[in-house]
Design a protein around this ligand. Sequence first.
Ligand SMILES: [Zn+2]
Length: 129
Amino acid sequence: MPSFSQKSEERLSTCHPDLQAVCRELIKQYDFAVLCGHRNKAEQNAAFDAGNSRLIYPQSKHNAKPSLAVDIAPYPIDWSNLMRFREMLHRFDALAKLMRQRGEIGSEFEYGADWSGLKDYPHIEMKTG
Ligand SMILES: [Zn+2]
């Protein structure tokens, strides 16, 4: 059974309990890495400068505490294989639906891979408001 690296575990622990709950179920059936949970001001603005985020602090859901967004990637990571990202997100979404039905989580999620225009394949965020 796959399990999180210490880095992934540290990053995941900064995320909202519902994001953590789905990730902790998904890792039992699919190996993936947690790239990012909470981002502080310096980290967010560095991500913006590097072109990895479209938002400056504190507009990103990664800036909330706990983080309302998580970035994940299939392990081992291959950025040229977007089909694997799609498969991972499909599994995440199916698990999230199941866990909502069971009452284990209350949140709904939005996927950066579904955004029109610039897609953010690793990005999953909680729908709010
Ligand atoms: Zn993100």
